[in-house]
Design a binder for this molecule. Structure first.
Ligand code: ADP
Ligand code: MG
Length: 226
């Protein structure tokens, strides 16, 4: 499904190179659940951005479903994301001028799904926000915005779900409800889950946990997971 081969990532900042990832190799199978853990600044978000093809590596290569991302045009990458990926960012990237329901429905409407709004309504309910459908992002709490972003990412049943701290803004009981949703999707649709998390319980539900430190993978554990 995903093969990351000797990837390095540097950002240019004020003419200096900031080394963020080094010599990182990892293979993720279709249908696998993987947690990425590690201290703040260790490169976890950068790795997810590379997997989402929103950044490209400075060295090394990433292939998804056998396709080398560097060989794809921006349009092809956008199609790959739209058709295969659900992405949950730390900053939720909701559209401020659309209410919660429309934020969830929009990507499906763009993709030409004619039942977009009814699927969106069902997803909003499954994240427990049926009483917030008509609210705009600024009228929602951080945790509610996070749940809208999660509903949007899950609505089209992606084959790859990339999530950056998906329970980071949620209380324990909402967090476990949202985790259940992620793992339901994983089980029912054979979705590949790649989660960045500080939540030890969430990490333990994954079949594999990898730890990053200083831009490198330093440790790996297999679990029974879900
Ligand atoms: P994590 O998600 O593990 O906290 P990040 O991937 O966000 O870590 O960041 C890793 C390191 O890369 C940090 O030290 C951060 O300051 C740096 N970094 C991230 N994005 C940029 C950028 N666009 N330009 C320069 N440095 C960056
Ligand atoms: Mg991060």
């Amino acid at each position: 499904m995903i093969s990351i081969d000797k990837v390095g990532m540097n950002y240019q900042l004020d003419g200096e190179q900031v080394k963020v990832l080094s010599d990182l190799s990892l293979t993720i199978e279709q249908g696998e659940s993987l947690a990425i853990v590690g201290p703040s600044g260790s490169g976890k978000t950068t790795l997810l951005l590379l997997l989402a093809a929103l950044e490209s590596p400075s060295v090394g290569s990433i292939a998804i479903k056998g396709q080398d991302l560097s060989a794809l045009s921006q349009d092809q990458l956008a199609d790959l994301r739209r058709d295969n990926m659900g992405i949950i960012f730390q900053s939720f990237h909701l559209i401020p001028s659309l209410d919660a329901l429309s934020n969830v429905a929009l990507p499906m409407e763009i993709a030409g799904r004619n039942n977009a709004r009814s699927i969106a309504t069902a997803m909003i309910k499954s994240v427990g926000l049926e009483h917030r459908m008509k609210h705009y992002p600024l009228q929602l709490s951080g945790g509610e915005q996070q749940r809208v972003a999660i509903a949007r990412a899950l609505a089209h049943s992606p084959s790859l779900l990339l999530a950056d701290e998906p329970t980071g803004n949620l209380d324990a009981s909402t967090g476990s409800r949202i985790s259940d949703l992620l793992f339901d999707l994983h089980r029912e649709m054979n979705t590949t889950l790649v989660l960045v998390t500080h939540d030890e319980q969430l990490a333990q539900r994954c079949q594999r946990v990898v730890r990053m430190d200083g831009g490198r993978l330093v440790e790996e554990h297999a679990h029974h997971g879900e």
